[in-house]
Design a protein around this ligand. Structure first.
Ligand code: AMP
Length: 620
């Protein structure tokens, strides 16, 4: 069924759907809605990740089935976190905007219990609750769920992971036996199957994708580094992706806090999200993240559970989770609502075997990638700056000063002028990365995922191409596109690295002439596609030889410190002068107040803060 009308939804709900701009039901909606709307009430187990439209999959049928004229509580939705609880409540209110008299009430900890009890008393047909607060309110007789007809266990695996099994059992014991139960879960561990067995009668099972499987919109990459280089690797991944908007997962609250502090200290717009923060602090961080004031949100698995942000470009696993199944949840934070995303894992040699286990669970392969070299990053940043300048709207306030400026540069050639102009922004970055060593670890096979021998990479040609993710490409699509256009074989195009508005790729040197000739005057979707040979010869320094060369350059501990860009000093002058990753400059005070609150300055800034040109970042 390809339209909402065909699913059997009523006029009021269809009006709400039109207002929301939903055009086509998602897979889980197509499978669940007709089933749940059928006359006979059924139990349901649905395996679906967040981001697949599952809230609407249970929300629409529940809204259609309840009696809105009655003030009795008929529907109960249990969800693991306060954030998710609020998100579901808001979604249901939006879906039911035209259902007159509908009252959906959210019940969660950290907010006034008596206010929530009053809201319920006014007649809530649907209650959306976190288990802890719900149990509390039942024990105080603040809610009556003895007449509910529909119950939903949302993100059941997460609720069980968080230790809510007893609470759920207790809550459900206050509900009628003949109600329908709809269980939604991204994964199906034994505990969820046990709950399904215990509380459900002959449930119909639907699956979106395979059990535990990652969504097809997400590509998975891993980066092998020495454990001590983990943090440096993280920064490089961020620097190589100037438009990154990411969640970075750490294993413990302490690591989460420390990584966030180090990133902030190093000038990134980062924030920490973990259970040791107050609710208020967490709300502030989430607000900044949603508003794109924070570009890198460092989070624990538990705290990240309620994150409902659709346009996350990257998930970075700073450390792998203890429970491998958790990886599915992490990577599911990106590639939501039809967008593509990348899930990156930074691993040390001792953990690399876990990648295989994860591949088995998600039923997808990882790409082994190298941590970008200094010159990769310099190039990406330079082209990103060039693109931003190219697309910046001209400020005509400058016109009145143009004559004096022209006078000053009367004898400067255009190329020289461009170079000078770029140098203003770029020198500090360039100087920093020029001295940096490579971080990759060559594994025992000495070759990458594509079976390419590192030692042969000097034979590669690397290209810059002015199309990127905003033209609808991810690395696979671009690789296919190039192969198709150039009529090349399966492995002729490699090292495809897609940024927002441009990309890089490699071929053997022998193909260089063909590639460049083909893209002379080539148009795609009505605009010229420009391909140039990139100065960086294709990350060849990822291998042993280049690595050594760069290592020599950076040898000598004292020199490293002395060479630090001036702005890196922790002086207020340094801070003031270092704005922007070539994009808009964010309001530092605003960012800091949201992300650091009153926490201590970074403890390990000597290990990290000193090692990068400080700058501020903000997404456009
Ligand atoms: P969920 O999986 O319920 O967290 O939904 C993820 C996001 O997709 C939410 O922002 C929904 O509003 C949105 N969404 C749900 N169903 C559709 C649909 N059929 N078309 C477009 N967006 C949708």
């Amino acid at each position: 069924m390809s339209t909402f009308q065909e699913l059997g939804l009523n006029e009021d709900l269809l009006k709400g759907i039109t207002d929301l701009g939903f055009v086509k039901p998602s897979e889980v909606q197509q499978k669940a809605i007709p089933l749940l709307l059928e006359g006979e009430d059924k139990d349901l187990v649905a395996l679906a990740q967040t981001g697949t439209g599952k809230t609407a999959a249970f929300g629409f049928p529940m809204l259609q089935k309840i009696d809105i004229a009655s003030r009795t509580t008929q529907g109960l939705i249990l969800s693991p976190t306060r954030e998710l609880c609020l998100q579901i409540t808001n979604e249901l209110k939006a879906y039911g905007k035209h259902c007159k008299g509908l009252n959906v009430v959210a019940i969660y900890g950290g907010s006034s219990i008596s206010d929530q009890a009053r809201a319920v008393k006014r007649g809530a047909q649907i209650i959306v609750a976190t288990p802890g607060r719900m149990k509390d309110m039942i024990s105080r007789n603040m809610v009556d769920i003895s007449k509910i007809q529909y119950s939903v266990l949302d993100e059941a695996d997460e609720m069980l992971n968080m230790g809510f099994k007893e609470d759920i059992t207790d809550i459900l014991s206050h509900t009628p036996d003949d109600k329908s139960t709809w269980l939604f879960s991204a994964t199906m561990p034994k505990e969820v199957a046990t709950i399904a067995k215990k509380f459900m009668y002959d449930p119909t099972e639907i699956t979106v994708g395979n059990k535990n499987e990652s969504t097809s919109n997400v590509t998975h990459e891993y980066y092998l580094v020495n454990a001590r280089d983990r943090y440096q690797a993280l920064k490089r991944l961020a620097d190589a992706n100037p438009d990154i908007f990411s969640v970075i997962f750490c294993r413990t609250k302490r690591d989460t806090q420390k990584v966030a502090e180090n990133l902030i200290e190093d000038g990134y717009s980062a924030g920490a999200l973990h259970g040791d923060l107050s609710q208020n602090q967490r709300d502030l961080v989430m607000k900044s993240f949603r508003n794109n004031q924070i570009q890198m949100l460092v989070a624990t698995d538990v705290a990240a559970r309620g994150i409902d942000v659709d346009d996350i470009t990257h998930v970075i696993n700073y450390q792998l989770p203890d429970e491998i199944e958790t990886y599915t949840h992490r990577s599911g934070r990106t590639g939501r609502a039809g967008k593509t995303g990348v899930s990156m894992v930074i691993v040390s040699k001792s953990e690399v075997r876990k990648i295989k286990s994860i591949e088995r669970i998600i039923k997808k392969s990882f790409d082994k990638k190298e941590i970008p070299s200094g010159s990769d990053i310099v190039e990406v940043q330079l082209m990103s700056l060039a693109n931003k300048i190219h697309t910046t709207e001209t400020n005509h306030e400058i016109d009145k000063h143009l004559e004096s400026i022209n006078e000053l540069f009367a004898d400067t050639e255009k190329d020289e002028l461009i170079k000078k102009f770029f140098s203003v922004e770029f020198n500090r970055f360039f100087n920093y990365y020029q001295k940096s060593k490579d971080l990759g670890v060559v594994d025992s096979r000495g070759s990458d995922r594509e079976g390419r021998d590192y030692s042969k990479q000097s034979n590669d040609a690397r290209y810059f191409i002015n199309v990127g993710s905003k033209d609808g490409f991810d690395w696979m699509k671009l690789k296919d596109f190039l192969k198709e256009q150039l009529e090349l074989g399966r492995d002729d195009v490699f090292k495809v690295d897609v940024k927002e508005s441009f990309s890089f790729f490699n071929t053997e040197k022998g193909l260089q002439e063909k590639v460049l000739a083909f893209f002379t005057d080539f148009k795609h979707d009505g605009r010229y596609v420009n391909v140039e040979v990139s100065e960086d010869k294709g990350r060849s320094r990822g291998g042993r030889n280049g690595g050594r060369r760069n290592e020599r350059r950076s040898s000598g501990g004292s020199r490293k410190r002395d060479d630090k860009p001036r702005g890196d000093r922790r002086s207020s002058g340094g801070r003031r002068s270092e704005g922007g990753s070539y994009g808009k400059r964010s309001d530092r005070s605003d960012r800091r107040s949201n992300s650091r609150d009153d926490r201590r300055p970074a403890e390990s800034s000597s290990a990290s803060g000193s090692d990068r040109p400080r700058r501020s970042r903000r997404r456009d």
